[in-house]
Design a protein around this ligand. Structure first.
Ligand code: 5GP
Length: 192
């Protein structure tokens, strides 16, 4: 998606060869028009999979996921990063290793917000090692529902998340795929 790639080149900041800062348009200040275009693009890519619900993880996935759900005219559910390990019957949870924090948290969702016959589209801002998306997929499947696809705004293709998700049988689509980055330099896969 050229609009997104241009924005990353102009306003993104590679802090190292691991972390890209996009807080001026994606996850601190949010460019709503860009989010709208991202939502329309995910809707175009995944409409054929007939998703019935969009799921994301708080908080930086919410903006693109909201616009995707709007474009598909289906509900959005936000999975929470729980601070307590309290288990109750109406909550599903699973441990996830946070890429940016380097520690693990419990990802959780109330059962009532996911039905067995749902086809769920997972949307997230970044794909690194795939922990967050795999955790979300686990919860969806534990609820008895089906993962209809995984949409990622920015994939770091030099990390192994895409392979892990594809090997698990999920359709993964990203709107910008970074093949290499380092302080001040970002390079994209040619074909995205
Ligand atoms: P994964 O679970 O795939 O290892 O990492 C994905 C999650 O970590 C995303 O939800 C995102 O919040 C965060 N993340 C991973 N890489 C980056 C990055 O380069 N920049 C930012 N801002 N967040 C990242």
């Amino acid at each position: 998606m050229d609009e997104l790639k241009n924005r990353i080149q102009n306003d993104g900041k590679a802090l190292s060869n691991q972390v890209l800062l996009v807080d001026s348009f994606l996850n601190h200040q949010i460019d709503i028009e860009l989010m709208e275009h991202i939502g329309e693009e995910f809707a175009r890519i995944f409409r054929d999979q007939a998703p019935t619900r969009v799921v994301t993880i708080e908080s930086s996935g919410i903006a693109p996921a909201l616009m995707t759900a709007r474009a598909l005219n289906i509900p959005l559910v936000v999975m929470k990063k729980a601070t307590s390990s309290l288990l109750t019957e109406d909550i599903l949870q699973t441990p996830v290793m946070s890429y940016t924090k380097g520690s693990s948290y419990q990802l959780m969702i109330k059962r009532q917000f996911i039905d067995k016959d749902d086809r769920v589209l997972i949307i997230d801002d970044f794909l690194a090692n795939g922990e967050a998306a795999l955790g979300a997929a686990r919860l969806i499947e534990n609820a008895g529902a089906t993962v209809a696809g995984i949409g990622i705004v920015i994939e770091k293709a030099f990390q192994n998340g895409k392979k892990r998700l594809s090997d698990s049988g999920y359709q993964v689509e990203s709107l910008a795929s970074i093949s290499y980055m380092n302080e001040g330099v970002v390079e994209f896969d040619e074909d995205k």
